[in-house]
Design a protein around this ligand. Structure first.
Ligand code: HEM
Length: 485
């Protein structure tokens, strides 16, 4: 495997003028604000499990509604906003072209925040749609679809106009994510409610839940990693062949997995077996991607000590591998008998949504914040505190809820009375609230640091010029077919 020598290649500085930093910053600030809302809702909801709910008897703040606010604001407010911010940075620099129109970007920014606020208010006042993960009130769904379409056009224009051919791997993921997201959203929000009731609706609902993670969040997440990791390491990704396996493996196996959310249900068994098989298959694909990234890191591991964004990225990758490995086991019909409906699933959800994609995005913001504000970090130590409090909090929450899930599952299986499983779960739920508080504390320190950095009189030195990805970051094998893979 040969690697292109970055230092010997031409660089341009046009990247800075192509990127609309206001858009990046605006999405980052919005994403972090919704992150706080989601975290607060999670923390409040966790007190329900401690028999000390913070807002008893207040209908608009009832636990069921707060739970929806927690999950919806985490997915669409926190993750989506930060992804958009990352895309406004990465796509113009990868393509050498501006996004379609600034007016469209600004319109979309405000439209997305309005959708989120309307979702938040709608859910508080009881207008949620009764489909899991599609709780966005039904009257907001058409606006989301139009928004996703416009967003797709806004980012497709530079991708179509680019002279950087062949497209770098991040752009494959971004391009696919936009097509998939629109289709997945329409399918999940409309088919189960209006066209496929009952078991068929559940099968589609399972597909929707899983595809939201696999075809919206995952391709955007990996696209970001393929962009930022080689850039920070200043060396190309290890293997183009493995990138291909990862991309096409995801595209082929992910959509087949949805029904694994409803194992042992009345959905026909051949569909369930298909979902189990493709879930295990995707873990093999995931392993190839992880190998690709760790081989890229080989020889530069010490960067993880000094570079906090890289630490976020690689911690997220380890947790990604963990969550996928866990998935390969939990998808078996045997383990399902124990863990279904237990906190094991909640542990898994937090590991993937926060521990993987959340961590990657925290790394992206940490990497880009000085660049978009033009200021030096106020405190690197606070960034380290942010990392450790969040990472340790997340791992505690994951371990704690995983064990809680096993305790609950075995308690139910041995036909103990329900209350006994609740009593046994109480210490675990206390630890969850404690771990959540650690995570919130970490974010508070980070936001303080972000704020002080934005106000820092010390300006950042000259900006790192845009790298020409086709030549500099793509593996040599991609630009020079004669090099063996
Ligand atoms: C302060 C930190 C957090 C706390 C205390 C917390 C707490 C909770 C609680 C109590 C639930 C409901 C579990 C149940 O119904 O049994 C939940 C569900 C969930 N949370 Fe969090 N959470 C936190 C952070 C996050 C973050 C940052 C994300 C995503 C980025 C997230 C994603 C989810 C998801 C996807 C679910 C649904 C799980 C499922 O339905 O299986 N949480 N969380």
């Amino acid at each position: 495997m040969s690697i292109v020598n970055v230092g010997a290649l031409p660089k341009t500085s046009e990247g800075s003028s192509l990127v609309d930093k206001w858009m990046v910053k605006a999405h980052f600030i919005a994403g972090i604000s919704f992150f706080f809302l989601a975290l607060l809702a999670g923390l409040v909801f966790s007190t329900q499990f401690l028999r000390n709910y913070l807002f008893p008897g207040i209908e608009v703040l009832s636990p069921g509604r707060i739970r929806m606010i927690h999950t919806n604001m985490a997915a669409y407010g926190f993750l989506a906003n930060l992804f958009f911010g990352g895309l406004y940075w990465a796509v113009p620099r990868l393509t050498g072209e501006r996004v379609w129109k600034r007016s469209v970007s600004i319109f979309l920014f405000w439209a997305w925040q309005t959708i989120l606020v309307a979702t938040f208010v709608g859910q508080m006042f009881g207008y949620a749609q009764g489909v899991e993960w599609a709780e966005t009130p039904i009257f907001i769904d058409p606006v989301v679809v139009i928004g996703v379409l416009l967003m797709t056009v806004n980012f497709y224009v530079p991708i179509l106009r680019t002279k950087e051919k062949p497209l770098y791997v991040s752009l494959w993921y971004f391009t696919a994510a936009f097509v998939w997201t629109g289709l997945v959203y329409i399918m999940g929000n409309y088919l189960p409610q209006f066209f496929a009731p009952g078991v068929a609706g559940a099968a589609i609902g399972g597909l929707f839940i899983h595809d939201l993670v696999g075809l919206f969040v995952t391709p955007l997440g990996w696209g970001m990693m393929y962009y930022f990791v080689p850039l920070i390491l200043k060396k190309p990704i290890y293997s183009h062949a493995l990138s291909l396996v990862g991309f096409w493996g995801l595209a082929f196996f992910y959509p087949l997995q949805g029904v694994h959310h409803f194992l042992w249900s009345p959905i026909p068994m051949f569909v369930q077996y298909g979902a189990v098989t493709s879930t295990i298959a995707v873990e093999i694909v995931v392993t190839t991607v992880i190998v690709n990234f760790f081989m890229t890191l080989k020889g530069n591991g010490s960067i993880l000590k000094t570079n906090i964004p890289m630490r976020w990225f690689y911690t997220g990758m380890i947790l990604y591998f963990t969550t996928c490995l866990q998935c390969a086991f939990q998808v078996t019909l045997t383990l399902q008998q124990i863990i279904h409906f237990t906190d094991w699933v909640v542990a898994h959800a937090h590991l993937v949504m926060l521990g993987v994609f959340g961590f990657w995005l925290l790394g992206v913001v940490t990497h880009l914040w000085p660049k978009v504000t033009g200021r030096e970090w106020f405190s690197l130590r606070l960034n380290a505190w942010h990392y450790w409090l969040t990472a340790i909090g997340t791992v505690i929450m994951f371990g704690d809820l995983t064990i809680a899930g096993l305790v609950q599952g075995f308690s139910w299986r041995s036909l103990q009375i329900w209350e006994q499983s609740l009593t046994a779960s109480m210490p675990f739920w206390m630890v969850r609230t404690f771990a959540g508080t650690m995570i919130v504390l970490g974010q508070m320190l980070w936001v303080y640091n972000l704020y002080r950095t934005a106000k820092n009189p010390k300006r950042l030195g000259s900006e790192v010029p845009m790298l020409n990805l086709e030549h500099e970051l793509a593996p040599a094998s991609m630009t020079n077919p004669t090099i063996a893979l």
